[in-house]
Design a binder for this molecule. Sequence first.
Ligand SMILES: [Zn+2]
Length: 379
Amino acid sequence: MSNHKYQICTNCIMDTSDSGIFFDQNGVCDYFNNYFKNIKPNWHTGNRGQQEIDKMLKKIRSAGKGKEFDCILGISGGIDSSYLTYLAKEKFKLNPLIFHVDGGWNSQQAVNNIEKLVDNLNLELHTEVINWEEMKDLQLAYFKSQVPHLDTPQDHAFFASLYNFAAKNNIKYILNGGNYSTECVREPLEWSYHASDLVQLKDIHSRFGSIKLETFPQADIFTYKIYYRFLKGVRVWRPLNCLPYIKDDAMNMLIEKFGWQKYAHKHYESRFTRFYEGYWLPSKFGFDKRRAHFSSLILTSQMTRNEAIEKINKSPYDPETIALDFEFIANKLDISVFELQEIHSGPNKSWKDYKSRQPLINLGTKVMRLLGIQRAIIR
Ligand SMILES: [Zn+2]
C-alpha cells in the first residue's frame, strides 16, 4: 500500500487500497463518478435491451443454421455463468454448447451446480480437464513470483480453452456472463492483472516454473481480440447487460428451480479462489476484492453502503477453515505448509516486475474507450 493518507469513498467502499483511486472535492471516488457518467447512461435493460437481444438472437440463430450448436457458453458453477446458461436455453431458446474447464480446484457446489443445470435443461456439456502437473507447476510459479494476481493460471486456462475451442470448431458466438450489475467497479490492475497477458504468464513461468507447458491452453489477448475476432469471426456477447439482472433474485430462482447451491461469496465456487481472495490477497497485500464486488452492488442498488461496511469488516471465512484450506492448498501444490508460509511472508511484487504487454493493452483500452466499447475504469 502507498504512503498516502487512508481515505474511503463517501458513496461506495472503494478506498486507498487502490493506490490510483481519485476522490473529488466531496470525497466521491472516480469509480462512482464514472458509473454515472459513462456506464449508466449507456446501459439499457428495458426496451432497448430487448431490441438488442432480439437482434443478437437472430444473428446467432442464423450463424448456427445446420450446426449442432449455435453458440458456446463457459460455465464455472458461479452465479453469472449459471444464470446465463438458464437464460440461453429457457428464455432465448438457443442451442448452446456448455463448456467447462476443470482446472483442478472445483468446489463441490460448483460441480453440483453444473450438473443440475445441464441435466435439468437437457444441455450438452463439454469438459476440458487441464493437465494437473502443468497447472500445478504454473500455479506454484505464480506463488513464487510474489505477484498478487495468483488467479491468472486458472483464469487463463478458462478463457484460453474456451476461445481456442470456439475458433477451432467454427462456433461464431461466445456468450459471456460479464456484466455491469455485479462488476461495474472493476478491480484495479494492481490487484488483478490481465489474465490474458500471455507474455507475462510465460515470463513468470520461465523464471519460476520447472516443467514445460505442453498442453496448458494458451491464448494471447491479441490472438482473441484481433485474430479470432476479425479473421475467424468469433464474437463475444454479454446478454446479462441487456436485461434486469439482480443477483439475489437470480440465485433464488436457480435454487428453487434447479437445486442450485449458494456459496459464500462471488468466485468462491473454486476452492483455490476462496483461499486466494478470502485470505491470501487481503492478508499479504491488503487487497480485498470484496470491496470492488460490494461497491458494484452499492452502485446498482443491490446493497446499502452500511451493509457493505459491516460485511467487509468481517473476515470472509473463519480461521479454522482458513487453516484447513492452507494445508489443502500446500498439499495440492506438493509443498509443505511451512514453504507456503514462507512464500506468504516473502516480499510482495507486482505485475510491473515482470515482462508484460501492458503498453500495448493500454493503447488498445484507450482506443476502445474512445469508441465507447470500454466503459468501466481500467487502471
Ligand atoms: Zn466510490
